[in-house]
Ligand binder design. Sequence first.
Ligand SMILES: [Zn+2]
Length: 70
Amino acid sequence: MEDKQYDLNDIIEMKKEHPCHKSKQWRIIRMGADIRIKCLGCGASVLMPRSKFEKKLKRVVSKGSGSECL
Ligand SMILES: [Zn+2]
């Protein structure tokens, strides 16, 4: 089983990249029943249910710091 521990402000990679094709990486900007992620390529944010997010999540690229503010 892969380690898919994710948290707020983490940089993550999704199985499918954003249609902008600028980046496959996203930052988690909101955690809750729904997860909001922000495309690092174009800055667009997407909200999706946690279950859908976990299905699409490929890997955690780097852990964000809690103090970081975007
Ligand atoms: Zn994008």
